[in-house]
Design a protein around this ligand. Sequence first.
Ligand SMILES: [Zn+2]
Length: 137
Amino acid sequence: MPGGVGSRLRLGARVRGPEDVGDALVEFLVGSLVPVAFALDLAGRIVAYHCGTTLPCSGEPFNPAHAMRVDAPGVKASGVIVAHAHEGASTVPFEEDLAATQALMLQGRVEGIELVDHIIVAGRSWRSLREATSLWG
Ligand SMILES: [Zn+2]
């Protein structure tokens, strides 16, 4: 990840909840529609990250198998957080975002990786779909 993003997103940083990364994601994703994904270990530490994950709103075909594949050399990732930005000011998820989240969850179950959260960034705001939807039950 490029420098200046903030220590919240560095390798080894502990993620206890979306508030640990939301503001940093706003800084990182500003002006970009390329989704990102972070792999976490069992302790919630970032062990790998991946920019260019294929998610809705990126203009790329959605591919959940690719989205959940975040390389973490030598480390078994147990969870993944994905994030993407909206062009406008609204962090309200589109239907495609909800469908994508469900597809990621299913793919994660196949691979033994939990989808920890899906965060949408818009302007200076962010929204955790884990907190804002009932998709996680
Ligand atoms: Zn979206």
